[in-house]
Design a protein around this ligand. Structure first.
Ligand code: GRF
Length: 205
């Protein structure tokens, strides 16, 4: 059974979707650790309520990127983690962690990458940019994490309509409900060994 660490910065609704999928035997893995870089992240409370070990580790608190990376890596190793899922996580991972978990780090992004991704494209900024662009569809993307922000091979995507009267909040809510289905599905495929990365493409076996 793969051991999964989920990294969060905020409310952790995607973490909750993963917890619920694991409880229903639909994840092919167990969530063995939750790490948050904000002490106030409700994701930490969700972990506590689910009996999952949870820890606050932040670059600010660690004092440097290198120290943050070393602390993160140590926590992952001591918990025997196989897979990292970044879900509403606003910190770039350190080199040591990225290298050690290459092709085993999965992220959820609230838009249809490669559009509306990259530095600064997180949370409401994404939905504001989508509405501003006049796009008629948006959606969610689950992808592997590489050194390039939001640039890793795409695992799953699903589109949602952008409605005439959408606000960033209404669009965010519609995309979020898709995220809650897409992320567990992608993690389950990965943990079952059914994903094969070929260049920028991911084949589902
Ligand atoms: C979600 O839109 C996710 O795609 C983005 O962060 C938002 C909050 O996620 N990365 P959560 O409720 O904290 O899981």
């Amino acid at each position: 059974m793969k051991r999964i660490a989920v990294f969060c910065s905020g409310g952790g609704s995607n973490l909750q979707a993963l917890i619920d999928a694991a409880a229903g035997g639909r994840l092919n893995g167990q969530i063995a650790l939750v790490l948050a870089n904000k002490r106030s992240a409700y994701a930490l409370e969700r972990a506590r309520l689910a009996g999952i070990p949870a820890k606050f580790i932040s670059k600010k608190n660690a004092g440097s990127v290198e120290a943050f990376d070393a602390l993160t890596y140590e926590e992952l190793r001591s918990n025997g983690i196989d897979v990292i899922v970044t879900a509403g996580y606003l910190q770039i991972l350190g080199e040591k962690t990225l290298k050690a978990y290459r092709e085993n780090i999965i992220n959820i992004h609230p838009a249809l990458l490669p559009s509306f991704g990259g530095m600064g494209m997180y949370g409401h900024h994404v939905h504001e940019a989508v509405l501003e662009s006049g796009a008629r569809v948006s959606g969610a993307t689950v992808h592997y994490v590489t050194g390039e922000v939001d640039g890793g091979p795409i695992i799953l995507q699903r589109a949602v309509d952008v409605l005439q009267d959408d606000t960033p909040d209404t669009l965010a809510a519609r995309v979020l409900s898709v995220e809650h289905q897409l992320l567990p599905a992608a993690v389950a495929l990965h943990c079952a060994g059914r994903l094969s990365i070929r260049g920028k493409r991911v084949m589902v076996l």
